[in-house]
Design a binder for this molecule. Structure first.
Ligand code: GLA
Ligand code: ZN
Length: 681
């Protein structure tokens, strides 16, 4: 991938969702907005996200006069624009006249008008209304000098159970399975006599109907991903018909569970997402930054490493959590620079100006109700704008990761749905984060990928709980290890195929050869229950006692060598961790949810063996260290997420891009401080 800034300019863009349609009766405020944007070094705004009722106040009657003025004014001020298609919320007149545009819930009731993000993705009428308004917008603005991209709809989500969507679902299944016999076999539908005898008998999963056919549940999620993609693509095609060169995005969400974003991202030109981490809540101060960092790494990899856009965040607080915690001084800056460290070329907020009324009037915004920026948050926003303006050369740089962690959305759906060893929560994300945390602590870059991604470019792939093996994944794992890669697997791997049918002949199914084990049974522990695990002298390079929790696979090492054994319960003496030499590489299997200490040691010994090192040794846990690079330089991002000052030791001399001058050896970090350092390559 070339080092290309997302929007052709060497700058980190800074801005917000700008909703001037709320303020058309306040011309002085619209004037003031521009003045404040300049003051805060803002150079991008996402405009028109929820403007449909102002753009088309009556059916077929369009009014673009206000938007003309807004875009011209932004352009004069040097502010670029992501122009939104307004389909995230529709005008009231439309829902009333054409109820078909509204969703039907899984209880078969059609929604009334209200809320947002709740249109039917199949409705030809809704598609036609979107086509018309999008075409008008594209004709008028897609060659406007301020507009640099399309923000398609908003946070596309959910599903609809109307007759049109059901019919589309049946068509989708027919295409996938060809015959009912194939479908019935794939669904194991003889169980409970659920065999289908015609396509029309197939209803989507619903609480009042079928919920127990897991393959049906999975297909419904896959179908809805593709139906939403199809709706989004319909909008993309509409605007691109006018100007094919304007790039399009759809703003994604946190570890979003409705759709598979690795699939979704295929239809957009660049990834953007809305990130609202829960800062200052947990005692373990590293928890939120680690959780967020892995999400950033996923976002970057939806487009295989390309820089992305932080489309929304808040400078202060959200208003939709139990407690609306303020960001402490410098936290906003630290959170913004965290996104940049993981590949963002933009930092943007929801929203520019706090609404005066309605449901988000107390959600943090760039400009508060007071109307100026001489506030605690405002002063930091201006300072951040100033800092970002010094990072132009970072735009377009990439993240070089030698380690990948696999977090697969289809696998997640399947794990969470199966009634199995632990119905109190299978903790897939948490287990992935156990390993991510150990990598974070080493200060190494990580790509978060899924089972469909290329493994061959990594030295180490860590893939806990790959319950579902999709496509040729197992084959690619074998290739990867054969060629010298190190692969780490865990309990609850290699259990089912893509339609949730268990592999026969012993788990971990198609991973058995590469892992060299047989997974015979799995024990689930109570929430507070642990088992002892003893590592074997020399085998792991460390010899001591550890604890396993959550789930314990009871495995037999076949070709694999035993590295640690259970030391309690009836399975005392059985293998708890193994390694299999396979071709030129190694495949590890960790049979239980091991404690942090064990995972850290295991990860450290693997990184050591592979010669993978972060730029800073002995990082305190709540300090982050990540890098981006281009053909000339490496950029080192260091941040302190704790409420106490710490020092870290640099191994080289760097230029301090935010504060000027050089730094070497000791770097002092005040609470929530962040640094962006540069060295030439
Ligand atoms: C989402 C939406 C925004 C706003 C924010 C509030 O990200 O896209 O319109 O509602 O949440 O956090
Ligand atoms: Zn529908």
């Amino acid at each position: 991938m070339a080092f290309e800034p997302l929007f052709g300019e060497n700058k980190i863009f800074y801005g917000a969702d700008y909703n001037p349609e709320q303020w058309l009766d306040y011309p002085e405020i619209l004037e003031k907005d521009i003045e404040l944007m300049k003051k805060a070094h803002c150079n991008i705004m996402s405009v028109g996200i929820f403007s449909w009722s102002k753009l088309e106040p009556q059916e077929g009657v369009y009014d673009f006069s206000w938007l003309d003025k807004v875009l011209d004014r932004l352009n004069e001020a040097g502010v670029k624009v992501f122009l939104a298609t307004p389909s995230g919320a529709r005008p009231t007149w439309m829902s009333h006249k054409y109820p078909e545009v509204l969703r039907v819930w899984d209880n078969q009731m059609r929604a009334m008008h209200g809320g947002r993000h709740n249109h039917c993705n199949s409705s030809p009428i809704y598609r036609e209304f979107t086509r018309k308004i999008d075409t008008e917008l594209a004709k008028r603005y897609s060659n406007h000098p301020a507009v640099i991209g399309w923000h398609i709809s908003n946070e596309l989500q959910g599903s609809c159970h109307c007759p049109l969507c059901k019919a589309n679902f049946r068509k989708w299944m027919q295409k996938k399975y060809q015959t009912l016999e194939n479908l019935n076999k794939a669904y194991w539908s003889t169980f409970w006599s659920h065999t289908y005898t015609s396509w029309e008998e197939i209803d989507p999963p619903a609480t009042m109907g079928e919920m127990g056919v897991h393959a049906l549940n999975l297909d419904w999620k896959r179908f809805n991903t593709e139906l939403s993609m199809d709706f989004c693509k319909h909008e993309i095609d509409t605007v691109k018909a006018v100007n094919p060169n304007l790039p399009c995005t759809a703003n994604f969400m946190e570890y979003f569970n409705d759709y598979d974003y690795f699939n979704y991202a295929k239809i957009i030109d660049f990834v953007s997402w809305d990130s609202y981490p829960e800062w200052h809540v947990y005692k373990d101060q590293e928890r939120t930054p680690i959780y967020t960092a892995m999400n950033h790494d996923l976002m970057r990899n939806y487009k295989h490493g390309k820089p992305w856009v932080l489309m929304e965040s808040t400078p202060t607080c959200t208003n939709w959590r139990g407690t609306s915690k303020l960001k402490k001084p410098q936290m906003n800056t630290l959170g913004a620079l965290q996104a940049v460290a993981h590949g963002a070329d933009n930092v943007q907020y929801f929203q520019w100006r706090k609404s005066r009324g309605s449901s988000e009037k107390f959600h943090g915004a760039f400009v508060d109700h007071v109307g100026h920026l001489d506030t605690r948050a405002g002063r930091e926003e201006i300072e951040l704008g100033n800092k970002l303006s010094k990072l132009g050369e970072v735009a377009g740089s990439l993240v070089n990761a030698k380690v990948a962690i696999v977090f697969d959305q289809e696998n997640r759906w399947a794990i969470d749905d199966a009634q199995g060893p632990c119905n109190n929560g299978m903790k897939y994300l948490e287990v992935c984060q156990d390993y991510y945390k150990a990598l974070w602590k080493k200060g190494v870059n990580v790509d978060a990928i899924d089972e469909t991604c290329d493994l061959s470019k990594y030295d180490v792939v860590i893939a806990p709980m790959t319950y579902m093996i999709r496509g040729d994944y197992a084959k690619r794992v074998e290739e990867f290890v054969k060629n010298g890669g190190t692969y780490v697997s865990s309990f609850w791997s290699g259990i089912v195929n893509e339609t949730d049918l268990c592999f026969l002949g012993g788990f971990p199914g198609p991973l058995s050869n590469v892992l060299g084990i047989w997974d015979e049974e799995i024990e689930c522990l109570e929430e507070d229950e642990t088992v002892k695990v003893q590592s074997l002298c020399d085998a792991l390079g460390f010899n001591s006692c550890f604890e396993g929790s959550h789930l314990c696979a009871l495995i037999h090492a076949k070709e694999a060598q035993v590295l640690a054994k259970y030391d309690s319960d009836f399975f005392k003496g059985m293998a708890a961790t193994t390694v299999n030499n396979y071709g030129k590489g190694k495949a590890y299997y960790v049979a239980s949810r091991m404690d942090d200490n064990f995972i850290e040691k295991l990860v450290a010994s693997i990184l050591d063996e592979k010669g993978i090192k972060g730029p800073i040794d002995n990082l305190p846990l709540a300090v982050s260290c990540h890098t981006r690079y281009n053909d000339k330089s490496e950029f080192l991002f260091v941040g302190n997420y704790s409420d106490t000052a710490v020092d870290v030791m640099l191994k080289e001399t760097y230029e301090d891009l935010l504060n000027g001058g050089n730094v070497s050896s000791q770097l002092h970090l005040e609470p929530y401080a962040s640094y962006v350092l540069k060295k030439d390559l």
